[in-house]
Write a protein that binds this ligand. Structure first.
Ligand code: KG4
Ligand code: ZN
Length: 346
């Protein structure tokens, strides 16, 4: 079974073809970062218009690279939320229309389910059940995953998402948008002991996160410290340490609470090298297996949507012809595949 995946929830157009036996056959991404950089953040209307321009040629290119004429597709998966409504509508309309024209099923995928399942694209795929740390620009969540579509949120950010905190802090330090990777680069040469930033909510029980106070601490530290050669690099490093330590400690706590023996990390912040190293150390001590998607599948991409769609379509989901997208969509409200049509052969 071959599924075309389309991701247009924010500022990247991602397209991929997933084959049930051979895995991802081709995937491409068009990033709009340059178009939004001048505004210091994503401008929704510009994002939608660019998806409209890019999507059809990208689909053609990916189908050609996957050596898959459209007639060989068995299904289409597209991101149906959460995200920017206009941007989502581009992928949803395109995906549903293409599926209708080809007389094949289409399925709308939850963006975070895509992230959550991305480690299944790697050779050392986890087994259910597992704990997932989802850390992106819009979400910071710890989720207990007991099966496809069986998700229970154990904790989440009560204010900024981890990626958002990276991006906002980077902006305070005068780094270009999107700041997360830039801040991580600057932090490489920084001194981790120079500033003592808070570890928000760490002293309290529970699994929620809060990152907005950290950003304020950075702002004050920068204002109070005269500029020197390493001030900003030191701030970046200490900020990164605070975020990483908080994320790792909460993961440890959640692993102990649930008894899960595998940890999956996904979403853009999962690309952070220090976070990866710290989680490696913690999971080794806890005797838990650790699973990351490869770097290019940590951030937004079409391959994870094609994969999630493949799993749901193979289980018989996706006959409805409505084009529906949701800006907000709690992950916990998802259900296992409904099986509302006869399962296609995998
Ligand atoms: O998952 P993603 O690509 O898009 C969303 O669904 O949000 O995540 C993007 C987020 C941005 O906030 C970006 O700054 C952050 O991931 N990010 C990083 C790194 N690479 C991307 N944050 C810290 N370190 C990185 N290396
Ligand atoms: Zn994402």
């Amino acid at each position: 079974m071959r599924v075309l995946g389309i991701e247009t929830s924010c500022d990247e157009t991602g397209v991929a073809v997933h084959d049930g036996e051979r895995g991802p056959l081709a995937h491409r991404l068009h990033s709009q970062v340059d178009a939004h950089a001048v505004y210091g953040g994503v401008v929704p209307e510009l994002a939608s218009r660019d998806h409209v321009r890019r999507l059809a040629p990208l689909v053609e290119a990916v189908l050609a690279e996957a050596d898959t004429p459209r007639e060989l597709l068995d299904g289409v998966a597209y991101t149906a939320g959460p995200g920017l409504v206009g941007a989502l509508l581009v992928g949803a309309t395109f995906g549903r229309s293409l599926a209708w024209a080809l007389d094949i099923p289409a399925v709308g995928i939850h963006h975070m389910e895509g992230h959550l399942l991305a480690p299944f694209l790697e050779p050392d795929a986890p087994d259910f059940p597992f704990l997932a740390l989802l850390v992106s620009g819009g979400h910071t969540q710890l989720v207990s995953v007991t099966g496809l579509g069986a998700y229970r949120t154990l904790g989440q950010s009560i204010d900024d998402a981890a990626g958002e905190a990276f991006d906002k802090t980077a902006k305070l330090l005068g780094l270009p948008y999107p700041g997360g990777p830039e801040l991580a680069r600057l932090a490489e040469g920084g001194d981790p002991s120079r500033f003592d930033f808070p570890r928000p909510l760490l002293g309290r029980p529970g699994l929620d996160f809060s990152f907005s106070g950290l950003k304020t601490a950075v702002l004050y530290a920068r204002e109070e410290t005269p500029a020197d050669d390493s001030r900003d690099a030191d701030i970046a490093r200490c900020f990164e340490e605070a975020v990483v330590e908080t994320l790792v400690a909460k993961c440890r706590r959640a692993l102990r609470q649930t008894g899960h023996k595998a940890l999956v990390v996904a979403g853009g912040v999962g690309a952070n090298r220090r976070l990866r190293e710290a989680l490696q150390g913690m999971t080794e001590k806890e005797q838990v297996s650790l699973h990351f998607p490869r770097l290019e599948f940590c951030t937004d991409n079409g391959a994870m949507i094609a994969y999630a769609g493949h799993r749901r379509l193979a289980a018989g989901e996706g006959t409805d012809a409505r084009i529906e997208v949701r800006a907000r969509w709690p992950l916990d409200s998802l259900q296992p595949p409904t099986g509302d049509s006869a399962p296609l052969s995998a």
